[in-house]
Write a protein that binds this ligand. Sequence first.
Ligand SMILES: [Fe+2]
Length: 194
Amino acid sequence: MASQRLPILQHFIDDLRAIWAADLDVGSCMEKAKSLMEKVVLDKDLQDRSATWPSTEGRKNLLLYVDEQYEFAINAVVRVPGRTGSVHDHAHAWVLYGVLCGTESLERYERIDDRSREDYAQVRMTSVSVGSPGKVDLVPPFDIHAEQGGPTRSVAIILRSTKLGDITQSQYDKVTGAVRPGPGPTQIPFELTL
Ligand SMILES: [Fe+2]
């Protein structure tokens, strides 16, 4: 018999599917999903379970679920203490980041060049928000940002409007201005069961 999905995750999936079924606008769905995600990342049992989840060092994501009908994907990232994140975007995907354990900071950037070249961009940091358990940030398509680890191990749950890994997204070099297209994080299937 197949093992049963962890109820908190199953309820989250069911609620997300109801949102997607009622609204054709993906951005609107993601905004509605934010309050659901805020509850999920405060779940004590999920927080406790995440203590044993494997590190995702090396640009990996744990892949908890992909919805075949609506395309959204649920990931987790497990960062080592003090992890330095690169500046990047997620192409056309919407992303909700929710901190489950530890702290992380989300840096947001804007382009200040004239956008005349595809392989070059000057970026400037516009804000930094520190996330602790319960904090959820929405990152719209093509928004340039970086996630930085905190002083301890941290875990985040991520809802993406579409699964990354196969789609091309951009990395931005703050020093040289180089823009490098490349694949997103490697997806590691990871089941959360009872
Ligand atoms: Fe990101």
